[in-house]
Every structure is written in C-alpha cells, then in structure tokens.
Design a protein around this ligand. Structure first.
Ligand SMILES: Cc1cc2nc3c(=O)[nH]c(=O)nc-3n(C[C@H](O)[C@H](O)[C@H](O)COP(=O)(O)O)c2cc1C
Length: 285
C-alpha cells in the first residue's frame, strides 16, 4: 500500500505551491498562442494550463496567470481583451527551443515571432498569423474570459472557439484523421521537464461504447486478473470485447498452463481481442 503525504494549498505561498500544481497534473499540452495588440504587434507565448472543453461548439481554454514577476496581466491576455482573436498551435519537438524563446516576459512591443526566427502563414478568419512548421493550428475567436482571482498566480481562463482548424497533411493518416504517431508533439510536466509524444510511447486501447461490450473486473477469470504476462492495456482490450460466454467462465477450472496461454493471447492483442478470447475459451483445463 502507498503512503501519502498531504498538501493543503492554503498553507503555501505561490512560489512554493506552483511546483506542486505543475508537477502533479500532467502531461499538459502546450497552447502556443499567437495574438496581436491594437497596434498590430505580433505576440507569441506558450501556455500549458490548456485544455479542450467542447467538440461542438469546438471550445478550448488556456489560462495566462497574473504575472508573479510584475503583478500585471500578461501580453496575451491584454491582447485578447482588445482583439479577441488567437491562433493556438501545438508545439512539435523540433520547435521546442523556439517555443522556449517565446516564453520570455518581453516588453509588450516585442515581436516574439521575429525574436524566435519563426516563419508565419496568413490566417483565414482571424488577424493573428499562424506559425509555420506546427502540425496543428486553430484559428480561434475568444468567447469568454473568466478571472480566477486578482492576485499573482491567479489564472485568467480564456475560452476560445475554434473557427478553423489547419492540420499538416504530413500528420494525417490514410483516412484523413490526425495520426498521433506522426506528430511528435511536446507536453509540459513538472519543473522544467517535458514529454515527447512519439510512436514508441503510445498505446492503443479500444473504448467500450456501451455496457453490453464490457467485461467487469469481477467477471474476469482469476488467471487473467493476476496475469504477469498481459499488460494493463492488453487486459483493457479484453475487457472491451465481451464474449457472450464470459458469465460461464466463472465456473470453469483455471487453464493448465496460463503462462503459455497468456503469451499466445498477447500475440493477438491489441488488434484481435475476440480471437484472444477464443484461445482462452479453448484452453486446456
Ligand atoms: C511550456 C510553458 C508553459 C507555460 N504555461 C503557462 C501557463 O499556462 N500560464 C501562464 O500564465 N504562463 C505560462 N508560461 C509562462 C508564459 O509563457 C510566460 O509568462 C510568457 O512570457 C507570457 O507571454 P506574454 O506576456 O507574451 O503573454 C509557460 C511557459 C512555458 C515555457
């Protein structure tokens, strides 16, 4: 059993508490946000307090905090208060160093796109430009800004509606859908750590759509529950493909050679869970 240390945010100041927030809730995708000020100065900054909240309407949110350094609003927030438009990009690994340049809290008149040596593409529905070389670019209109406090460190949650989504052809699969294996996106973790989302770190697990498809943990035969051969994801697939006979399995003797059986089942997973179940049913007992 784990033992837990418990932390009460009320007992920490911002500087002490922030590492627990960024270090506990991750991985966070990074919204690399392009905006304009009223004079047309381009601004680009990364925000990992970022999430997706609705598909239709397509709404994303990111949250510039009141600056701990100056006590004032960050340029991105000030910009969208004047021109409520933004382009949100995901950051590919090969632009990580340039993203890091754009995080500096530069004077508002600084063009961070130029500073980082980035190329742009024109947007079609909003005024801020798109950053070339990013695999996903969302042209957004700001719908709502929700202040979560006035103190330094308090987020100003910006909810933005996606008007147009641009995806690099190179990261689409044969069906025209975004392929996570091709994107090489980075995510922010705690401290100065990042994760790189690459093909070798991914696993695929079918989501059961309705309760009739699911095998519950109680129904899963004991040898499978305790398997040291099948991974959590592989068992996840088995659970998502309910065989009609599973309720009978509870009364069957356990397989004679579970190691060989599980190894054979493993070879069929993740793509053919029904066939893995057939092997299980026909195993010697
Ligand atoms: C990967 C990464 C993620 C960040 N996420 C946030 C965030 O979610 N909220 C925030 O206020 N600052 C965040 N920052 C810091 C801002 O990028 C930084 O304050 C920046 O200067 C703000 O730019 P602006 O003043 O041009 O808007 C992050 C920095 C990095 C490197």
């Amino acid at each position: 059993m784990s033992t837990y240390r418990t932390f009460d945010p009320e007992k920490f100041d911002l500087r002490q508490w922030h590492p627990y927030m960024i270090g506990s809730f991750f991985p966070r995708p990074i919204a690399w946000v392009s905006t304009l000020d009223e004079k047309g100065t381009r601004n680009l900054a990364p925000f990992s307090y970022f999430g997706v909240f609705s598909s239709k309407p397509p709404v994303v949110g990111f949250s510039p905090s009141t600056s701990a350094r100056t006590g004032g609003a960050k340029d991105t927030l000030r910009n969208v208060q004047v021109i409520p438009e933004a382009v949100i990009h995901l950051v590919p690994y090969n632009l990580a160093h340039k993203m890091n340049i754009t995080t500096g809290e530069y004077a508002p008149e600084t063009d961070e796109i130029a500073l980082a040596g980035l190329e742009t593409l024109p947007s079609l529905r909003v005024r801020p430009p798109r950053i070339a070389g990013t695999p996903v670019q969302a042209e957004c209109r700001v719908r709502e800004i929700i202040p979560l406090g006035n103190n330094p460190g308090a987020g100003q949650l910006i909810l933005a509606e996606v008007l147009l989504l641009h995806i690099d052809e190179a990261v689409l699969d044969a069906n025209g859908l975004p392929d996570p294996q091709k994107m090489d996106i980075i995510a922010r973790l705690g401290g100065f750590w990042y994760a790189r989302i690459r093909a070798e770190n991914l696993f695929w697990m079918k989501q059961p759509r309705n309760p009739e498809e699911i095998v519950t943990w109680q129904e899963l035969p004991q040898d499978l529950r305790e398997s040291t051969i099948l991974s959590a994801a592989e068992i996840g697939h088995l659970l998502a493909f309910r065989p009609a006979w599973i309720h009978e399995a509870a009364s069957w003797p356990l397989p004679k050679d579970p190691v060989t059986l599980h190894t054979q089942m493993k070879a069929l997973l993740p793509h053919d869970a029904p066939a893995a179940w057939v092997l299980y049913k026909n195993a010697e007992r």
